[in-house]
Design a protein around this ligand. Structure first.
Ligand code: MSP
Length: 661
């Protein structure tokens, strides 16, 4: 096999969290897509990995009392372990702390800079640490992040900007000429109207923390974590490992054919990422496919609900392939859906145990009883009309399946396969091999069993991208050779290509039915997991944990968190404009026994004279930030009131340096 592989990627996951159902969903989908291409005889390259830089990770490591790299390494490993357990065929696993990645990111930066698309300024606005996203006041919802609902930080710091605004038209033209670049179409339309609404330049560096890749030539800046993270798709493909030219090695899999992502990170992937690449002169990926979000038992996923769908636990209870099947079968890829254990149990019992499992069992059991396990093609070939109907149905399903999988309609692909499962079961009912075994003719019995077996072989091939272990079990019971999947795709899906004389064996049920008592026990376990207790329903501190989780989800902080803020009164001793800045004033404030310089974005509302002598409130323990060349050693508090700004003060005044509690 030569030529570029089909290259599919998942987002690289943040390592401040342990892997959850949402992560498993994208990764299973990408694995299924890569396996589908391998089934078609193509090379495929599946990339996943971890996103290890940024303010969120730095904070999480600090809270865990760990060094950021050690913390990231530990958690990155948890993702790898889950992918092994989920039977994901990972071809490359990238960590953003790897050298190959850092080198590639810096090279991309240099190319974007050389294109004249990077300039230095000051960023003033809001930042959501959880989403690592810059936001304007207008974007906030009730003062909080519009995407995750968490409180945002006010940020004011020197920053490099990327000329995103310059790419408004080029992006729109690109979307127009590549109508499948963003999928599904509803998401594409959202992005097109977002870009039509106008793009603002994007801050692409931070100075208020260290944990990131240094900006080439200005190491006090670290590269914005999304510039860093998005580049992984190209750096893993070798971008930056070759000097000059395209920056890519000859055998690179770049450009990626598909980026699989969740809808929450679509803008980063379909606006920022292609704009960076256009600027750097690197080819764009083929498609960004944005899937929907899972709710859990009808509710938005939170940490406590996440326990009820912890992938490790799901695998233990239901098995890997049942989970892989359920998440891809239950909702169309691209649309939101609900994960309910009841529904999962229904699918295991009906689709997997009754329909597929039973088809295999009843077929091979009859082959054993009536033919000593040997599956022979009838000397007469297909005869009865329903045999041709079955092989015709198989051909129709195979054709539809291929298109659906190609178009990433994974649910549709599985539905098609189950049409054949159902047709094969109906065929057996109608052919009634048990009656043929009694009264013959023998050729008809052979033919009936061969047709059922042939349907199973085609079914096994088509489910293998989603349920690889089940496909292998079916093939083994049918007596196919261990390398059965290496046959050409058309042969695998060719009903009559099943070899004659296979020696079959009856194995244990593929998917045992989940009986009522097990279902009740499972429901109890789910409830206990949601409450955060152990699986016998005992609390184990669960109530308290859930409260913390819920508080976190509601954006509440603990009293300890609040006490970490050092707020004090201060007297403004001097104030002056900062040359070339419309927003900033430089203040000298007294905290009683200490003097500090504060750079405040208040010039539009106050002249320097108006501030001198005022008692103000200052955040004292904020990391210093350099703004327009002046170091600010704290932050002034003020209330936004309509279009105006009012300084926060203290009733009746207070001596400078008084602590605010
Ligand atoms: N690190 C970034 C991605 C950088 S890619 C260059 C990130 N990481 S993440 O770990 O927070 O999320 C990864 C993926 O999980 C996203 O695609 C997101 O949509 C997905 N999900 C998180 N919760 C989800 C559900 N409840 N349901 C489905 N997918 C969800 O974002």
């Amino acid at each position: 096999m030569s030529g570029k592989p089909f290259y599919v990627t998942t987002p690289i996951y943040y390592v401040n969290d342990k892997p959850h159902l949402g992560h498993a969903y994208t990764t299973v989908a990408a694995d299924a897509k890569a396996r589908f291409h391998r089934l078609r005889g193509e090379k495929a390259q599946m990339l996943t990995g971890t996103d290890e830089h940024g303010q969120k990770l730095e904070q999480a490591a600090r809270e865990a009392g760990k060094d950021p790299l050690a913390f990231a390494t530990e958690n990155s490993q948890k993702f790898r372990e889950l992918w092994d357990k989920l039977n994901i065929q990972v071809d490359d696993y990238i960590r953003t702390t790897e050298e190959r990645h850092k080198r590639g990111v810096q090279e991309l930066w240099r190319r974007v800079q050389a294109a004249g698309d990077i300039y230095k300024d000051e960023y003033e606005g809001k930042y959501c640490v959880a989403c690592e996203n810059f936001l304007t006041d207008l974007q906030l919802v009730d003062g909080k992040c519009p995407d995750c609902g968490r409180p945002v930080e006010s940020v004011r710091e020197e920053s490099y900007f990327f000329r995103l605004s310059k790419y408004e038209q080029p992006l729109l033209e690109y979307y127009e000429s590549h109508p499948k670049f963003i999928q599904p179409d509803t998401r594409r339309n959202e992005i097109v109207s977002f870009v039509r609404g106008g793009l603002r330049d994007l801050s692409v560096s931070r100075t208020s923390f260290q944990w990131g890749i240094p900006v080439p030539g200005d190491p006090k800046h670290v590269i914005y974590v999304w510039f860093d993270a998005l580049s992984n798709y190209a750096t893993a493909a070798g971008f930056g490992s070759v000097e000059g030219g395209s920056g890519l090695p000859d055998d690179t899999p770049w450009p990626a054919d598909q980026h699989f992502i969740g809808k929450d990170i679509l803008r980063f992937h379909s606006v920022y990422w292609p704009a960076f690449l256009l600027s750097a002169g690197v080819p764009l990926p083929g498609q960004v496919f944005s899937h929907g979000w899972w709710t859990i038992e009808g509710q938005k996923m939170s940490k406590s609900l996440g326990n009820a769908v912890d992938p490790h636990w799901l695998i233990e209870e239901y098995g890997v392939d049942a989970i892989r099947y359920f998440i891809l079968r239950e909702i169309p890829f691209g649309v939101d859906g609900d994960f309910s254990h009841r529904q999962l149990i229904n699918r295991v019992n009906s689709d997997l145990a009754n329909d597929l499992g039973n088809l295999l069992y009843r077929t091979l059991n009859m082959v054993r009883r009536y033919r000593g396990g040997k599956l022979s093609r009838s000397a007469e070939g297909p005869g009865a009309a329903n045999e041709e109907a079955l092989s015709g149905a198989a051909a129709g399903v195979a054709a539809r399946y291929e298109t659906q999988m190609e178009e990433t309609n994974l649910q549709g692909g599985l539905r098609s396969v189950w049409e054949l499962v159902s047709a094969a079961n109906k065929y057996i009912d109608a052919a009634a091999p048990w009656a043929l075994a009694k009264s013959g003719p023998e050729e008809r019995l052979d033919s009936a069993l061969y047709h059922a077996g042939a349907a199973l072989r085609v079914i096994a091939a088509m489910i293998c991208p989603v349920m690889p272990a089940t496909a292998d079990k079916i093939a083994a019971q049918l007596g196919l050779a261990g390398d059965w999947l290496s046959a050409p795709f058309q042969e695998l899906l060719d009903f009559y290509a099943m070899p004659d004389g296979l020696e079959t064996t009856v194995g244990p049920p593929l998917f045992p039915r989940i009986e009522d008592d097990t279902r009740v026990a499972l429901e109890k376990k789910v409830a206990a997991r949601i409450a955060g207790g152990d699986e016998n329903g005992e609390g184990g501190g669960g109530a308290e944990k859930q409260k913390t989780d819920d508080d976190e989800a509601a954006g509440l902080i603990t009293i300890e968190n609040f006490r970490r803020l050092d707020l004090r009164t201060a007297t403004v001793e001097a104030a002056e404009n900062i040359p070339k800045s419309k927003n900033l004033l430089k203040l000298t404030v007294s905290l009683g026994d200490e003097r500090r310089t504060i750079v405040a974005g208040v010039a539009k509302y106050f002249t320097p004279e108006k501030l001198i002598g005022r008692t103000v409130v200052i955040v004292v323990n904020l990391q210093p930030a350099k703004l327009m060349g002046v170091e600010s050693q704290g932050m002034l508090l003020a209330a936004e009131d309509g279009g105006g700004l009012k300084l926060v003060g203290v009733e009746g005044g207070a001596s400078p340096g008084s602590r605010i509690r």
